[in-house]
Design a protein around this ligand. Sequence first.
Ligand code: MG
Length: 379
Amino acid sequence: MTRIAQILVAAGKGARIGGDIPKQYRAVGGVPVLKRTLDATLAHPDISETVIVVAEGDPHIAGIIAGYDNIRTVTGGATRTASVKAGLTALADNPPDLVLIHDGARPFVTFGIIDGVIEALSEVSAAVPALPIPDALKSLDGQSVDREQLRRVQTPQGFHFDKIWAAFQALDDEASFADDIDVAHAAGLDIAFTQGDPNNFKVTYPEDFAKAEAMLTTDTYIATGTGFDVHRFTEGDVMWLCGVPIECGFTLLGHSDADAGLHALADAILGAIAHGDIGDHFPPSDPKWKGASSDKFLLYAIEKVMERGGILQHVDVTLICEKPKIKPHREAMREKIAELCGLPLTRVSVKATTTEKLGFTGRGEGLAAQASATVKLPA
Ligand code: MG
């Protein structure tokens, strides 16, 4: 069986992004870039051992590799070429058949990219994932450059170990190449270009970190829940609706404050996270909830969303009644709901309609409310 080792190059000191922590140790989606790269490559069934090249005195690497098997670290040199040579030296005692040399700061490498390189190595001595260049190219003197003849290249760059090891051993100590394919080219090895992937970018600049974060957080889904509630009118002075007191000379009958608007909304939010309904969590049979302010039900539902790592994005409430008049209170309702939900006003809608005097709302026997809630949740 072909033995395949990998070298992860992580000897950079991170000067380019300015922080104290080298870029490969900065977290994206809560996990250091190098650990993501390690996990992405170690998951490949054909890679059996790993050498990580780190900077001298690197204080971060021990925390990254704790708990993994078959990982060695070596200290890199002043250039990428010297660092890779240190990695190859570590493998040379018990040389693998193939070696994949990969940037520690390319966490989005896929099995497809790795497989493409490994497969190409059955035909050639060196292989590199590459992408065409979509933009037109000009040299600085204004001449057009034929982009069909150019590729941008990525890692892992793969080699027959004996060939690339010989090429590196033949180099002067000061030799510095842009990458390892460059060394292979200088040594006259035959090289294949394999399929790269735009997502296999090197996380280097602040905008790369922002892009990486965005890619990782796209692993979410949008859920919409709906809620519906009805309460009967009864004698009273003040009606609570959508968290706002309306002095209309009658009220809604119910165990709590009977705020049908907030009840429908709380149920919509619970629906978006498939977490039952407010009757499950606040049973009307429990005297504890007698006369309770319905804020509690809404806040409970929002808390459940947060426990699931979700974010409430938008809510929409429709009140269905002949009376009281909703329009004079609509903005106060939106503001109250926005405050309770922690949403900007632009993401809170309150609407009202009648049923053209039809049905129980038409006859003025009660009021109905329906609501929808949109929530972004981790997949
Ligand atoms: Mg209710």
